[in-house]
Design a protein around this ligand. Structure first.
Ligand SMILES: [Zn+2]
Length: 173
């Protein structure tokens, strides 16, 4: 799975275009080891709310869901662990009548622009590593620690930008 496009919009949403290298292997049915390992690394994922056609819990849904849907929840989980809140939402869509098979559109909310960028990259890395069954290469604690630093940087940047816009308004006044 690979993120090929990132688009920020509406000040708190990001849209990702995600592609599967093998368009016929996009479901956890083809890779049951991915959700199994992911829930081990991130037990809190089992408590995620998930709206799906079957009305399943997220854990049950993960037995047969699109890998990018897992990725969506992981980006939300990583941000939630850093922000210590669980209010962000997401959605995964696809339409292979329009797009090539294996392409997905993943939408996620964010509070901190730099944090969400980091979370996207970390989530992509984790899904790819789990796909290779390479759990040893992942340290969740270390990743969260680094994401916290990114979040602090993002907060400072937000502060600088607000000061900038105040300064601009004073110049314009
Ligand atoms: Zn879901």
């Amino acid at each position: 799975m690979k993120v090929v496009e990132i688009l920020f919009y509406d000040s708190n949403h990001v849209k990702l275009v995600v592609e599967m290298p093998d368009p016929n292997c996009y479901s956890t049915r083809h890779a049951p080891h991915i959700p199994k390992l992911l829930f081990k690394l991130f037990p809190h994922l089992a408590r995620h709310r998930c709206e799906n056609d079957n009305g399943f819990s997220f854990r049950r849904e993960c037995q047969a869901t699109e890998i990018p849907h897992l990725f969506e929840h992981l980006i939300i989980e990583l941000q939630g662990q850093v922000l210590r809140s669980g209010t962000l939402k997401g959605e995964t869509q696809w339409n292979w009548r329009v797009d090539p098979k294996g392409r997905f559109h993943v939408y996620v909310e964010y509070e901190n622009e730099i944090l969400v960028l980091g979370a996207i990259r970390v989530a992509e890395k984790i899904i790819q590593a789990l796909d290779r069954r390479d759990v040893e290469s992942i340290s969740v604690d270390e990743e969260i620690k680094q994401l916290r630093e990114l979040a602090r940087f993002g907060e400072r940047l937000k502060g600088v930008r607000q000061k900038d816009s105040v300064a601009m308004e004073m110049i314009n006044a």
